[in-house]
Design a binder for this molecule. Structure first.
Ligand code: ADP
Ligand code: MG
Length: 303
């Protein structure tokens, strides 16, 4: 189990993270979310032992994670980290990069393991291609596979699918997270993409103003967002009578006391997002069809 206790850290004077405490169980998937600059990458760096803490302690099982002041070499065998900027060897192939840290003394096992991981990241067609010729998204997938090669007990992923296009993203996410669950590998993923979280994370933790704003099951945070910031992570929402109401909770009805005027209909695939004016404020709701500009409609809030 990972145990982070009362962690405080600053690069210079002002603290980036203050009094952060949480645990991650074996095989648990924890998503760390927060706006750009909220300290997600910093927290992963600290868990990896890249910097010395100002205060607090980090343990993996019984091993204390220590920073460069105490450790000549950064990193531990049981932990792997896929950085936002992945550094690969450009002049060797995808397969060679992935197998780089696997023992040469067991060539068959090495080959088998490399092939298994190439499948997980769906790079079968590129196994023998030199990494320098790959796209950003493909490189990101190689970095993921390489981190998994020598099976870690815990993996830190910093926006792991950010460079990967939408065509591949969904199936790749399922493949990687399924693999981690099957192997009982703990995972901490820093992201600002809700699709990295929903359906995969056991727990999510929201960083804001240097602190943990809330933590819990994604379902709980979705249903009871403490603040608009948390709601905005999940999608369009409105604040009506001081309540956070998601766009999909507002429905058009025959008659109600919420009379609105349609401004714009945005095509969103399976629905339209309608922008309307309600009591002088802008509201958003989802609707099956486009609605005529300036038409009057009545809205109702569903649970
Ligand atoms: P996130 O990953 O959530 O976008 P970061 O952890 O990268 O956030 O950054 C948190 C804050 O720390 C930002 O204000 C950033 O400018 C600052 N920061 C990040 N890395 C360094 C560094 N090496 N030295 C000084 N400040 C840094
Ligand atoms: Mg970051």
């Amino acid at each position: 189990m990972l145990n982070v206790k009362n962690l405080t850290f600053s690069y210079n004077k002002s603290p980036i993270l203050k009094n952060i405490s949480f645990n991650v169980k074996m095989g648990e998937n924890l998503a760390i979310i927060g706006e750009s600059g909220s300290g997600k990458s910093t927290l992963l760096n600290l868990i990896y032992g890249e910097f010395d803490l100002n205060e607090g302690k980090i343990f993996w099982k019984n091993t204390e994670i220590l920073g460069p002041k105490y450790n000549l070499v950064i990193g531990y065998e049981f932990m792997k980290y896929v950085h936002q900027e992945f550094d690969l060897m450009p002049y060797i192939t995808v397969a060679e990069n992935i197998g780089k840290h696997l023992s040469r003394f067991f060539p068959e096992e090495k080959e088998q393991r490399t092939q298994e991981l190439i499948k997980v990241v769906e790079l079968e067609d590129f196994a023998n291609v030199k990494v320098k010729t790959l796209s950003g998204g493909q490189k990101q997938r190689v970095a993921l596979a390489r981190a998994l090669a020598k099976q870690p007990e815990i993996i830190l992923l910093d926006e792991p699918f950010s460079h990967i296009d939408n065509f591949k993203k969904q199936s790749l996410r399922r493949s990687v997270y399924k693999y981690l669950k099957n192997k009982n590998i703990s995972c901490i993923v820093a992201t600002h993409d809700k699709d990295d979280v929903l359906g995969f994370a056991d727990t999510m933790m929201v960083l804001n103003n240097n602190e943990i704003l809330d933590t819990g099951k994604p379902e709980t945070l979705y249903k009871h967002p403490k603040t608009p910031l948390i709601a905005s992570f999940f999608g369009e929402f409105n604040v009506i009578d001081n309540e956070i109401i998601y766009a999909n909770q507002l429905k058009v009805v025959e008659q109600s006391n919420l009379k609105a005027k349609v401004i714009t209909s945005y095509f969103k695939g399976s629905y339209y997002l309608i922008e309307a004016e309600l009591n002088g404020e802008i509201v958003f709701f989802e609707h099956g069809t486009a609605l005529e500009k300036d038409s009057a409609i009545y809205l109702s809030i569903s649970e």
